[in-house]
Write a protein that binds this ligand. Structure first.
Ligand code: FES
Length: 617
């Protein structure tokens, strides 16, 4: 088959690919991954690029999506356009899958450091005429009764040579009460583990010193599965319906985790062989994909996962290069769409022991909600995140360079843009801010209707001029092409509706879970906002549009990456690991769509106003 060179601008990187390869695949081969929120199905339009010669003709989906002028200017969807000759492609920054703001802090409760892996230094008596006991017996006796003999034959095989070469001074690595391996000399301080938070969008690795529980290194990267689809649903579909789809998705995230562990270790001056355990949290789908277990049951009602209990697997089997006997522990899931990451949020913010009424909302690519009081726990998940991560917003993007993340409307519109670059889109916190400010000045009414220019006579002229009718609908321009130096960035009537759907689902979810405890919004003692979004969102804006309940400021707290903090706790404390298992069993999973009254509550919660209590109270 013929091969052609595809060059991507402005980066001037290229790849050589076979005829018929999509531009999306060619870009990935050139090390320039592009966005694919819809999984490359030609529905989202987020992978738009400009192509000249060397690509096939526009498909029917592209002719529907682009106008005549755009098609004439060479606009194509990278997931649809195929290479038929040497090609030059222009990639707008909004189509790039780029690094963005990632939450790597996070709270952590105080715990007794008591990891599953410990190291015990041993000085053993040499064999003598009086004591000719076996090498293994010698080791086991020195370890005392609490440690069980090794399971792996490799440990036994290393024993005779190691004891003699190290002068009978060795360190025993004990994992969950079993002798896992022996090392020459005293290596007790070189004992590390990695806690991993697999987010749908980002993956964070915390390298921890196990004897002290201290974090010695952090690394993070974009989940490479995003190139196959930005949301959970498109990845589920790929895993189930595409041949080798599951293997590809699993391999991609495992390779990233292995790289991130290597990066954190080399930054901290730690050898990979001194890492003995990896603890993983993620939503239920991410846990399935990581372990390469088919998530087939999650694709349709009743959303039954293939497993929900904790899993322990050899690190080598998963391609993670740590100690030869190293293991991976995957924290248990609660249900189909409430996963180990939510268990992490619960244990790191001590919700399971909470006396007063606490609510945690983790807004990532999905929105998970937990309510807790006096040991009772309820959790649910809403498909709220994509709007906040830009997936269904016309100029939405993640919090990367070029994203408007703060908006103020006064006599004109003032935007803050991330990075030292022109505005190219709007991230979640910017969207919430923009809509809250538009509500404040009366550009949008409570029902979410964008007012027509003739209804906004009382507004400053500069603000009014930003309301424009484009060929499809009314939109409000935050940054015009001349202001941004790039393209125009605007909020459309449809974007307002998308935000209403997302925030309505979150608010209705909170209300329904509170119902389970017979409580109201006003009873909430602490509202905990987890995840990157929870940290960056302006609270006044979130309250103004009813994304979070209108509680006094001191009752709302941002808790950072609480899921990752939970993974660290499960790594450094066996007691917390057992607690995580108990929490996963004990938390009652509520499937919102099956709850009576959900849809009417959802419809009410779409109103853009401060919400002091849930709709039916
Ligand atoms: S349209 Fe190409 S990835 Fe969605």
């Amino acid at each position: 088959m013929a091969e052609f060179v595809v060059t991507f601008h402005p980066n001037a990187v290229s790849s050589r690919v076979a005829e018929g390869t999509t531009i999306h695949e060619a870009a990935a081969a050139a090390g320039l991954p592009l966005r694919a929120p819809c999984g490359g199905q030609g529905r989202c339009g987020k992978c738009a690029v400009q192509a000249g010669v060397g690509v096939d003709s526009a498909t029917a989906v592209e002719t529907r999506l682009f106008g005549e002028e755009e098609l004439a200017a060479g606009w194509r969807l990278a997931c649809q356009a195929r290479v038929i000759g040497d090609a030059e492609i222009n990639v707008p920054s909004a189509s790039l899958l780029i690094e963005h703001r990632i939450q790597i802090e996070g709270v952590a409760r105080e715990v007794l450091v008591e990891p599953a892996v410990t190291k015990i230094p041993l000085r053993l008596p040499r064999p003598s005429r009086d004591d000719a006991s076996a090498d293994l017996n010698r080791v086991m006796q020195a370890l005392g009764g609490g440690v069980r003999p090794p399971r792996a034959i490799a440990t036994l095989r290393q024993l005779p040579g190691l004891l003699r070469a190290s002068n009978y001074e060795v360190t025993a690595v004990v994992s969950d009460g079993v002798l896992a391996s022996l090392e020459a000399g005293d290596t007790t301080e070189a004992c590390y583990g990695a806690a991993v938070d697999i987010g749908t969008t980002t993956v964070v690795v915390y390298l921890c010193h196990l004897p002290s529980g201290e974090v010695v290194g952090v690394s993070s990267g974009l989940n490479p599965q995003a190139r196959y689809g930005e949301d959970v649903i498109s990845r589920l579909q790929m895993a189930i319906s595409e041949q080798k789809g599951l293997t590809k998705l699993s391999g991609a995230v495992r390779k990233l985790i292995d790289d991130l562990i290597g990066q954190a270790a080399s930054d901290a001056g730690v050898a990979r062989e001194s890492i003995y355990e990896v603890v993983v949290v993620g939503n239920t789908t991410m846990c399935h994909l990581f372990l390469e277990v088919s998530p087939i049951g999650l694709a349709a009602v009743p959303f039954a996962p293939s497993f929900s209990s904790a899993q322990t697997v050899g690190a080598e089997e998963l391609g993670l290069r740590i100690d030869r006997e190293g293991r991976v522990y995957v924290v248990p899931n609660i249900g189909g769409f409430v996963g180990a990451d939510t268990v992490g949020v619960i244990i790191s913010s001590e919700l399971e022991d909470s006396r007063g009424l606490r609510v945690a909302v983790d807004i990532g690519t999905n929105g998970e909600i937990v309510v807790a009081e006096n040991g009772e726990l309820y959790a649910c998940s809403t498909a709220a995140g994509p709007a906040f991560e830009g997936a269904r917003i016309s100029q939405g993007m993640r919090a990367a360079a070029g994203a408007i993340d703060e908006v103020t409307i006064d006599h004109d519109v003032f935007c803050h843009v991330l990075g030292d670059v022109p505005a190219v889109g709007l991230c979640g916190s910017g969207l919430v801010d923009a809509i809250a400010e538009m509500v404040k000045v009366g550009l949008i009414d409570e029902t979410g209707r964008l007012r027509k220019p003739e209804e906004t006579g009382s507004l400053p002229e500069k603000v009014r001029q930003r309301l424009v009718q484009n060929d499809k609908s009314l939109e409000f321009v935050l940054a015009g092409a001349e202001e941004s130096g790039a393209g125009k960035v605007a909020v459309s009537a449809r974007d307002v509706r998308e935000l209403q759907l997302a925030k309505g689902a979150i608010y209705a979810g909170i209300g329904l879970l509170l119902d389970k405890l017979g409580r109201k919004v006003a009873d909430i003692e602490k509202l905990l906002l987890a995840g990157a979004f929870g940290n960056y969102i302006r609270r006044e804006s979130a309250v103004r549009i009813g994304l979070v309940p209108a509680l006094p400021a001191e009752r709302i707290e941002s808790i950072g990456n609480a899921a990752g903090a939970g993974a660290r706790l499960a790594l450094c404390s066996v007691a917390l690991r057992r607690k995580a298992e108990e929490v996963a069993r004990r938390t009652r999973h509520v499937e919102l769509s099956e709850e009576e009254g959900f849809y009417s509550r959802f419809a009410d919660a779409m109103a853009l106003r401060p919400m002091a209590d849930t709709a039916v109270d």
